[in-house]
Design a protein around this ligand. Structure first.
Ligand code: SOE
Length: 374
């Protein structure tokens, strides 16, 4: 039987998730089919347009009624962070499986409540960190798990954007702690924290510095009234992993020219890997196991069928993939996990752990000390 989905959210992430459900139906016939039942937004007209464009059967402005409908199996929360907790708790109580955008919540306390709710209800839960399912990143994890890098010493990650640099940009929800929880830290830092945990294991301690470069912004587009920005524009972190590795993580909305650059390098005693989202089909790999004469970072083009993760579903060998495929892969794995009842990663447990690192980073910045991750 098809899995009947309700999507809460009509904006950027709503669009990405909608496309993922459509793609799974089209390209992954081994997954349970999805029925795209209802899309929910705040604004009636925008939601109707999104319904039509994204391919949903119905549009609604009442998320609570939708979540409680008996003909919905899975609730996808793609809204700003301040709604995640209430929506997830309601969906769990109604017995629905849940997909939730990152970061899981705006506070560690809310993230824990969400985890408790899904565990109590016995429903399945996925936290959408799409970058785990870039094939090159999945391959990176395989190489590390196989011991090809040996003991890991360094995780060095940067997530850079520049959209917030104009002081004339008004106070959108992403600049408000009440709606977004934090700024670059939770929006971008959460991704590289998640990648760090996925690839190198748990983070036990952090030192950090958050900075808000533009402290007041127009209250509305073109307004002369300025209101306080209550989140960070940039966050830099030092981290220590449980396995002894050291991490440096930088997340900023103030890297002029960088639109969405998400990169990491990992160094181990037997090899290194390096990834850059702007060249997402490639994983760079260096191995001391190669003959000395040919040692060097080389490019692995991660789109070979039968070899690379997810390649079988798409095109001929070497026909490259993009940003949107990462959401499709994540939703595909979740649907397969629902079918097989296997655990999916990242789930709300990962969400709580990621949130604990975000929380520790904020406390470390405020106290100017190293802080243990709770
Ligand atoms: C905006 O900064 C944003 O869309 C994030 O919210 C996403 O999580 C990130 O992957 C791309 O940038």
């Amino acid at each position: 039987m098809a899995i009947r989905v309700a999507l809460l959210g009509t904006k950027f992430m709503g669009k990405a998730h909608s496309q993922a459900y459509r793609n799974v139906n089209m390209y992954f016939p081994d997954a349970p089919q999805v029925e795209m039942k209802v899309i929910v937004g705040r604004n009636r007209r925008e939601t109707k347009t999104a319904r039509q464009l994204f391919g949903w059967q119905e549009a609604s402005t009442d998320w609570r009624a939708t979540v409680n409908r008996p003909d919905i199996d899975l609730v996808d929360i793609s809204t700003p962070g301040d709604l995640h907790c209430e929506m997830a708790i309601e969906a769990a109580r109604a017995g629905k499986h849940i997909v939730c955008e990152k970061p899981l919540a705006n506070t560690l306390a809310d993230a824990k409540k969400m985890l408790a709710a899904v565990e109590k209800a016995g429903v399945r839960h996925l936290l959408m960190h799409n970058y785990r399912r870039v094939p090159a990143v999945t391959l990176a994890r395989q190489l590390i798990t196989e011991g090809r890098l040996g003991r890991i010493y360094h995780f060095r990650a940067r997530y850079l954007q520049d959209w917030a640099m104009s002081p004339d940009l008004h106070l959108v929800w992403r600049f408000s702690a009440a709606s977004a929880g934090s700024g670059a830290l939770g929006d971008l830092g959460a991704h590289i924290i998640d990648l760090g945990r996925y690839l190198c294991g748990e983070i036990t301690e952090v030192a950090a510095r958050l900075e808000t470069f533009i402290k007041r912004r127009p209250a509305a587009p073109g307004s002369r009234q300025r209101q306080r920005v209550t989140v960070d524009d940039a966050a830099v972190m030092l981290a220590r992993f449980r396995n002894g590795a050291l991490g440096t993580l930088e997340a900023t909305r103030f890297a002029r020219g960088r639109k969405n650059q998400n990169t990491f390098e990992i160094n181990g005693d037997k090899g290194s890997i390096s990834f850059d989202l702007e060249h997402l089909n490639i994983l760079k790999f260096y191995s001391v196991e190669e003959p000395a004469a040919v040692q060097g970072f080389h490019d692995i083009l991660c789109v070979t069928k039968g070899v690379h993760p997810y390649a079988d579903a798409w095109w001929f060998d070497g026909h490259i993939l993009g940003y949107e495929h990462t959401f499709t892969h994540t939703i595909y794995d979740f649907l397969k996990a629902l079918q097989s009842r296997k655990r999916i990663h990242p789930d709300f447990t990962d969400g709580v752990r990621n949130q604990a690192v975000l929380d520790a980073a904020a406390r470390a910045s405020a106290s100017r000390r190293w802080v243990a991750v709770q």
